[in-house]
Write a protein that binds this ligand. Sequence first.
Ligand SMILES: Nc1ncnc2c1ncn2[C@@H]1O[C@H](COP(=O)(O)OP(=O)(O)O)[C@@H](O)[C@H]1O
Ligand SMILES: [Mg+2]
Length: 303
Amino acid sequence: MDQNNAILLCVTKLREEEQRIVDHLADLGIQVQVNLDSMDLPLGLADAQPLGLALIRCLSQKNALNRSQLLELAGLDTLNSNKAITICTNKIHQAIVFEKHGVPQPQFRIAFTPRKLFDALQEFGELCVIKPATSSWGRGIARITGKECLEGWIAARESVDPAHQSFPVLVQEYVEKGDYDIRVVIVGRTPIAAFRRVSAENWKTNTHLGAEVEPLAINEEIAAISEQLVEVLGEGIYGADLFFDYKQLRYVVCEVNQNPEFAKSWKIHGVDVAWHIAHYVKDVLTQKNKVKQKNKTKLLVKS
Ligand SMILES: Nc1ncnc2c1ncn2[C@@H]1O[C@H](COP(=O)(O)OP(=O)(O)O)[C@@H](O)[C@H]1O
Ligand SMILES: [Mg+2]
């Protein structure tokens, strides 16, 4: 293997979508060393590495975070960067960072104690959404429709978490978003595809919970928000969840995922996400090689 054209692919298992990325990479002459969650990481000297980059697609957010951190410490760049994964795998981190950079998002509070939840509920007009800091696929996300509902939520939690170790949690205003949210797939710096996730039955519009995919054109506002997200998180591969807030008449960012799944959706919107990822990986490798070459030349000139 040669650093210029070999990558490490960290996965829980090689699913259809990762296999498609591997196939496109092979077409581009890039070799892939598959690294399952159960395997050791190659953490040897960076210069002796036969790998130019690690693509992180672990299913567990915790594994993604751990693996990218260890690899970056060892000198192997990861896609996404450890910084991006750190922000994206924690909804509270995201809220803070987006606030700092003026990314439009639902109003939120970070509740460090159950008591604070009552204040937030009142501030948001007796309707809000509570989110654990780390979750995905809609798990643990609860819509609170009043004081009694909140008391029920707290009581249910107390039995399994009497010391409230799962605090702080994120509380957001409930956004009047119609029966859909919008998923934007970003690769590199570019929003390559967007679609509505529509659900008549469930206010949580995750496709895992049964929402239907409807292709959507990327308008100027969606493109501008995507650009802003790339500025904040750095280039990478992202699935941004947006709402069109029908009360405020503007787009807001619900959350950004660091490992967007696309196996089902791409067959409906028709954009080959795996192809874009493979080409982006190639671009990053080429760029890294150019920098390395430049540094080598500089060293030669100096000596
Ligand atoms: N503040 C909110 N207002 C209205 N709907 C929300 C809000 N937050 C989340 N949702 C709904 O719940 C879904 C899951 O929330 P999200 O924050 O994306 O968590 P997950 O990581 O589990 O996907 C969203 O896709 C959306 O349909
Ligand atoms: Mg989501």
